[in-house]
Design a protein around this ligand. Structure first.
Ligand code: NAP
Length: 318
């Protein structure tokens, strides 16, 4: 996997990109990353309510396609349940496609998108932004020279702070606490040399909701045992930590992969350019006509939900 952060130079003029879903992540991360990359022009948005000053806006993807016949690419930043239908239509229209995580609502939908893009020769990028966090590549290199014994993931954040009012996230297809948890799993599957599989899981679903508010997973990878603790009700300090115990020392990734500490040394933190890196790579993928779609994190979530013991817990309101 490349982690280049320098924008690729445009080949035949900038890529005319539309964003579908102008919500929190599109505004916080996609728009600034696109604006900072001369390989792209933000040509249009599609969203039932949202729009950006100075950018042609449409109410949905079909209207955007009809109104902007010269688009080259689309970034799909809707809730995940809508992703497969929009991606399929975008591929049919010949647009290169960037998918926010999680790739789709189900593994079968994601595999369908990947197969459709391959059959159509359409560039496709299924993004995992946390894999671009500053310290992930160093962690992968350090781990590659050691035997991993144990991994401990603590991924605890406040749903009200990071997903205010997002009712969809606790609905069917919303992923619940696996929406942030899949970020941890995307790092895990990037830094460990062996495939990861789920052994057991316990998920807690608020009464009247469809998706979990907390989950505990036991996973394995080669001889390594992995424990993951995901919680969406963490007030106070937020935890996005992965501790890796090996035959020759311990590594701790924290702040979602931005900070690294090895063998008790002082933690080193680097600025996160996650979305700048994603768009630099997307520009390259479009230029090369290739695809990048690793579905391993989505497969782990699907397996965890399938094997999980379920517990109904107190109702949740934003
Ligand atoms: P969000 O704030 O709810 O944004 C989603 C946007 O999509 C909303 O503006 C929504 O409009 C719009 N939308 C709904 N149906 C649509 C349709 N048919 N066509 C076009 N737009 C439509 O959610 P978000 O936090 O940005 O999350 C979106 C995705 O990004 C999720 O998969 C999430 O995992 C991922 N992500 C989020 C974060 C984060 O920190 N929030 C970080 C990384 C990745 P309405 O609100 O009017 O329905």
């Amino acid at each position: 996997m490349t982690t280049a952060t320098d924008p690729a130079p445009p080949r035949h003029g900038p890529i005319r990109l539309g964003i579908v879903g102008i919500g929190k992540i599109a505004r916080d991360q996609h728009v600034p990353a696109i604006m900072a990359n001369p390989a792209f022009v933000l040509a249009a948005t599609a969203d039932p309510h949202g729009s950006l000053d100075g950018v042609p806006a449409f109410g949905d993807f079909a209207a955007m396609l009809a109104g902007m016949p010269d688009l080259d690419a689309v970034a799909i930043c809707t809730p995940p349940g809508l992703r497969a239908g929009i991606a399929t239509a975008a591929i049919d229209a010949g647009l290169a496609v960037l998918l926010e995580k999680p790739t789709a609502a189900t593994l079968a939908q994601a595999e369908g998108i990947v197969a459709h893009a391959a059959a159509s020769g359409t560039p496709l990028m299924a993004t995992w932004h946390s894999r671009e966090a500053a310290a992930v590549a160093e962690a992968r290199g350090w781990i590659a020279e050691r035997q991993v014994a144990q991994v401990t993931i603590t991924w605890k954040e406040d749903i009200r702070r990071w997903h205010p009012g997002q009712e969809w996230i606790l609905a069917a297809n919303g992923f619940g606490v696996f929406d942030p948890g899949i970020n941890a799993l995307s790092i895990l599957t990037e830094i460990l040399p062996d495939p990861v599989r789920v052994e057991t899981a316990h998920i807690a679903i608020p009464e009247g909701r469809a998706a979990p508010i907390a989950a505990r997973l036991a996973l394995v990878s080669g001889d390594a045992r992995i424990a993951a603790d995901f919680d969406f009700l963490q007030t106070g300090p937020q935890s996005w930590d992965i501790r890796v115990d090996t035959d020759r020392g311990t590594l701790v990734l924290s702040d979602g992969g931005a900070t690294i500490a090895i063998d008790g040394e002082a933690p080193r933190r680097a600025d996160n350019g996650e979305y700048r890196a994603l768009y630099a790579r997307f520009a390259q993928i479009v230029a090369d006509g290739t695809s990048d779609a690793d579905l391993a994190p989505l497969r782990l979530v699907e397996d965890a939900i399938r094997v999980a013991e379920r517990e109904v817990v107190a109702p949740f309101a934003f």
